[in-house]
Design a protein around this ligand. Structure first.
Ligand SMILES: [Mg+2]
Length: 364
């Protein structure tokens, strides 16, 4: 299933003049940042489809020839930057025609929607008007409105094209996993291209603190709620949280195209933690750390190794961890921080090989 961004033209890709008709090359002006923004979407694996209302196209006030000249120029320039639209849909009517193809109606796309397998939950409309937002609603996809409007029903309103496209691109490497067993009920959502935002609640304060380190230092946004039988023991909650979080990260990585894959980091204060990980698709944990204390806060120290074993399983990664130091709290925190930095590096997109798999096997 493909993820599609349905992109509006006038006011979104190019500036809309006062008379609303871009019928000459003198009137052609691109919205600042849109070319780089659309490239982000292409690199994020989205299919682009152009959907535009062109009032009265083909009439004597707006001849087809002048439209074609401008349209061809736009498409040619974008193609030169690696931005290609899979389809271009144009409604030539005016509102009074009451046609079924004018946005926000779906008539133009009837056939396209029927003959293509589209991941609606991962698709977007990008446009500058509230009718584009309505169009998204009718399609059943999210909407990003390029506007300074205070009131909008859009999923996200951005004042500039770069912010709008970044929002969509970021969503392309996001995932949620819900995992329920008789012992735990866990929901984890991650965004790999985040800024380290986190909302974490597991019922174990020290564990929450460690997971917050993981988000903060990897720059991966993590929303995680775990309701587990901690009155029995912390073990189920810690282990199942690790599996769920690992699976969410694995899902967000998709086919892993473009990622750096390996990551490592070493020292933090008197505690030296070294974490090396490989998002190989195969799970393995080497854990060379010893703790003197039985608990740190409400977290049994023996569960740290269990967490990383389950995390490696969920993520499909080989993880090598070693640490030394005096203070067990510092050592555990150093491990989580180092893991975060290793993850940050491993999930980053390699700018020189965006569409390549970092493997000679052809899959990861
Ligand atoms: Mg528009």
């Amino acid at each position: 299933m493909k993820k599609v961004v349905f992109v509006d033209r006038d006011g979104t890709i190019i500036r809309e003049p006062r008379d609303k008709q871009i019928d000459s090359l003198e009137k052609l002006e691109f919205i600042p940042g849109i070319v780089g923004g659309l490239k982000l979407l292409v690199d994020g694996g989205y299919t682009l489809v152009l959907v535009s209302n062109q009032d009265g196209l083909g009439s004597k006030h707006y001849p087809r020839k002048s439209y074609d000249l401008v349209q061809a120029k736009i498409l040619r320039l974008l193609k030169g930057e690696g931005i290609v639209f899979e389809k271009v849909f144009v409604c030539p009517h005016v509102p009074q025609d009451n046609c079924d193809c004018r946005k926000p109606r779906l008539g133009l796309l009837k056939n396209y929607l029927k003959t293509n397998s589209i991941d609606l939950s991962g698709s977007f409309v990008l446009g500058d008007r509230e009718t584009d937002v309505e169009f998204a609603h009718n399609l059943g996809v999210s909407s990003v409105r390029l506007s300074t409007a205070k009131r909008s029903a859009a999923s996200f309103v951005a004042p500039d094209a770069v912010a709008a496209c970044r929002y969509i691109a970021r969503a392309s490497r996001s995932a949620s996993i819900k995992r329920t067993t008789k012992e735990t009920d866990i929901t984890a959502s991650v965004a790999l291209d985040g800024i380290g935002n986190h909302e974490i609640s597991t019922g174990l304060n020290f564990f929450d603190h460690m997971l917050a380190q993981l988000a903060r230092h990897s720059r991966i946004d993590i929303r995680l709620t775990a309701i587990g039988d901690i009155e029995v023991d912390a073990h189920h909650t810690v282990e199942d949280t690790a599996i769920t979080l690992g699976e969410a990260l694995r899902k967000a990585l998709g086919d892993k195209r473009g990622i750096e894959r390996f990551g490592f980091i070493a020292p933090l204060d008197e505690a030296l933690a070294e974490v090396v990980l490989d998002l190989s698709g195969r799970s393995f944990l080497s854990f060379k750390c010893e703790f003197k204390r039985e608990n740190i806060g409400d977290l049994p120290t023996e569960l740290v190794e269990d967490f990383f074993k389950a995390f490696a399983d969920g993520l499909g990664a080989a993880i090598h961890i070693s640490c030394q130091g005096r203070n067990d709290h510092h050592k555990i925190e150093a491990i989580f921080k180092s893991t975060a930095r290793a993850l940050k590096q491993a999930v980053s997109i390699d700018g020189r090989a965006r569409s390549a798999l970092p493997s000679t096997k052809g899959r990861l």
